[in-house]
Design a protein around this ligand. Structure first.
Ligand SMILES: [Zn+2]
Length: 336
């Protein structure tokens, strides 16, 4: 069974005869990009050159066009596939299903020539992700350690809104997060009724526009580089400024700061400085959520993705122990 799927050292998730997801693999002619996070676009330039087809959702394509350049994907044969839509290739059927992670994220089902169902979850959060039944399941393992169990409930959104409200009393609130997550926060705050100006630098702005085009509700967002918008910031009018996490040490150092992170398990909000808080808003399932997916997917064999984080071993161990399903972590890591 395990021969039907594997994960390479480079992080390519191999499904059936033809498909390599999320990293380049020269023996496979179809490349899938499950979503537009950097660790899932490994060797994409090589795949564009070498593969017969590169598959992704339209939303993922639009995000990559912004993050790289619209010319980048023109370097190969990109075909967009929507959720529920199947493609046939060499006797196998490839179908994408929604993964609740960032805009455009997909799970991949390959039905091989014998009708076996080989599934790769990609990155996902269990709440909004349909569970696919499988014969062989490859599952992400970001929070695949028993230490990664969230002890708090799902009221994080309300807590986030209260925190931002408190910050706005002092003026501008800076929110730092990763692409995709930032836009989710924008939508949460709009839904909570915040109507103060939202500002963002160029890249965040463009990705937000893609999210809006695909149905997210972000409302009016202003570009930070426009002179009149800079004035808003200088006057310290209450507003919310959204920056990529990579800028957290460079901007808004004297403002009220909210850092959005997934790696928080003890509490939903943690104060890290006088005016700085970390909010636990994750786009991955925790340890229990990963086990829940496996249980309901009913696979005969499980492979945990051990290439992107090192929690694959502990997740595979727990799947064998508590669910009684054969499971292994791939690639094998050398701990010597
Ligand atoms: Zn991701």
């Amino acid at each position: 069974m395990s021969l039907r799927a594997s994960v390479t050292d480079r992080g390519a998730v191999l499904l059936g005869r033809n498909v390599a997801c999320d990293a380049f693999e020269e023996s496979k002619v179809l490349r899938v990009v499950t979503h537009a996070h950097a660790d899932h676009m490994v060797g994409l330039r090589q795949s564009l050159k070498a593969c017969k087809k590169v598959l992704m959702t339209k939303a993922t394509k639009d995000i990559i066009d912004v993050m790289r350049s619209p010319l980048f994907l023109l370097g190969g044969f990109v075909e967009t596939l929507e959720y529920g839509q199947s493609m046939q290739f060499d006797g196998e059927h490839i179908t994408f299903f929604k993964a609740d992670h960032i805009l455009g994220a997909a799970q991949v089902l390959v039905e091989d020539f014998e009708g076996k169902r080989i599934v790769f979850t990609g990155d996902f959060r269990i709440d909004g992700t349909p569970i696919l039944e499988s014969d062989v399941l490859v599952i992400e393992a970001t929070y695949g350690s028993p230490a990664c169990r969230r002890s708090f409930g799902t009221d994080v959104k309300d807590l986030l809104a209260s925190l931002v409200e408190k910050g706005l009393k002092q003026g501008a609130v800076y929110v730092f997060g990763y692409h995709g997550k930032l836009q989710e926060v924008m939508q949460i705050l709009r839904e909570a009724g915040f109507d103060v100006p939202f500002l963002a630098p160029e890249r965040v702005f463009q990705i937000s526009k893609v999210c809006e085009n695909h149905g997210m509700r972000i409302g009016r967002l202003m570009l930070l580089t426009e002179p009149e918008n800079e004035k808003i910031l200088k006057s310290n009018t209450p507003c919310i400024v959204f920056y990529h996490m990579g800028s957290k040490n460079n901007v808004g150092l004297n403002n009220f700061r909210v850092l959005i992170s997934g790696w928080e398990f003890g509490s939903a909000i943690r104060q890290t400085d006088v005016n700085e808080y970390v909010v636990a808003l994750s786009d991955h399932s925790d340890f229990n959520g990963l086990l829940e997916y496996v249980r309901r997917s009913k696979p005969q064999y499980v492979i945990t993705d051990n290439s992107r984080v090192s929690n694959g071993e502990s997740l595979a161990k727990e799947i064998r122990k508590s669910l009684g399903i054969p499971a292994e972590a791939l690639p094998k890591r050398d701990f010597s």
